[in-house]
Design a protein around this ligand. Structure first.
Ligand code: ADP
Ligand code: MG
Length: 325
């Protein structure tokens, strides 16, 4: 199938989603120095995009970060009162956004560029009737042995599930993002030329009552779905999802693995249905790209964090484009 257009080159407005694992890889201990080093590297990798004179909105994941917050509270629960999950998400969203903001500004200042970067703590409304609340499926944080898993379940009310024989993990509801609170402010700040970091970790999950009062809920929203929603509401036509691999592949992890340069939204949907993209990692990215293109997006790029500019220029990465009319 042919595609509508290649749309290579820098767009006027761009949303870039930075992967949580890409800035906090599984193998690291996660010391403060490591966190600064990895976000610093992300800042240098994204510098060519930060230097473009366009409207730039950055979202980011928080999987490893919120996992560590939860581990800390599990270990310290006799001494320090545990926080609810919305507060844990807010903690990790703020912590990661702070490091990214500093890293982006440092990367810009190193080349004499005075562009500002701000981070906006972002609440995202979900539907309290979302089926996800009755069926928590998203594993977060660490693996625990059965005894500790049972203790945590009793003491903290955590829902623990066995994860493919590897141990027990906390599973939480992952409802759909319905509304990004104060999205008009994200838009206004981006329009004035400031780089905006928002929607980290999928956003702080909240429910809004009919009278306008909001309260946090125990959930973790998928950051790729929040990114697609944000881009659609803001009318952004170009979205990049940056992660730890250069391209998406079919038959991933097998001898028949084949990396893809370019595919249409229909092809992406078919491969997704056929199970080529793993749930909880590449699956939500492709799902987010499909939703983004169906909601008015023109080009979704999935690429390695270190290859942001070449991916934007079309020399690497996987681009997903609308079907040709
Ligand atoms: P992030 O923190 O960026 O969201 P994830 O680990 O959640 O990163 O998702 C990216 C990972 O998905 C890749 O590093 C790769 O290990 C995995 N993956 C699963 N299926 C595929 C696939 N079909 N093609 C490429 N990578 C895949
Ligand atoms: Mg992920």
């Amino acid at each position: 199938m042919t595609v509508a257009s290649t749309r290579d080159g820098p767009p006027r407005r761009l949303l870039v989603a930075v992967g949580g694992n890409a800035i906090h890889p599984a193998g690291i201990k996660g010391t403060a120095e490591e966190q600064v080093a990895y976000t610093g590297a992300a800042g240098r990798a994204l510098r060519p995009l930060l230097e473009l004179d366009n409207e730039l909105i950055i979202t980011h994941g928080n999987g490893p970060g919120v996992g560590k917050v939860l581990m800390r509270q599990a270990l310290a629960r006799d001494r320090v009162a545990p926080m609810s999950l919305d507060i844990c998400v807010a903690n990790s969203q703020g912590g990661i956004a702070y490091l990214l903001m500093q890293a982006f500004e440092n990367a810009l200042r190193a080349v004499g560029n005075p562009r500002h970067v701000v981070c906006l703590l972002t609440q995202v409304e979900v539907d309290p009737a979302d089926a996800a609340f009755r069926n928590p499926t998203k594993p977060v944080g660490y693996f625990y042995g059965e005894t500790e898993a049972r203790a945590l379940s009793l003491e903290l009310g955590w829902t623990m599930r066995q994860d493919a024989g590897r141990g027990w993990r906390l599973v939480v509801p992952s409802p759909e993002p319905k509304h990004i609170v104060d999205i008009s402010l994200i838009d206004a700040v981006a329009k004035r030329g400031t780089v905006v970091i928002a929607g980290g970790g999928g956003g702080i999950p909240v429910v809004r009552q009919p009278n306008g009062v909001r309260h946090g809920v125990e959930a973790v929203i998928d950051k790729d779905l929040t990114s697609a929603h944000m881009a659609n509401v803001l009318g952004i036509e170009d979205m990049m999802i940056l992660t730890g691999v250069s391209r998406i592949a079919v038959n991933y992890g097998t001898s028949r693995q084949e990396e893809l340069d370019r595919l249409t939204v229909s092809e992406a949907r078919r491969y997704l249905k056929e199970g080529h993209f793993l749930a909880g990692s590449m699956g939500p990215k492709v799902e987010a790209a499909i939703r983004f293109l169906r909601g008015g997006g023109k080009r979704a790029i999935i690429a390695h964090l270190d290859e942001a500019l070449p991916a934007l220029n079309g020399t690497t990465g996987t681009r997903i484009l609308p079907d040709a009319h």
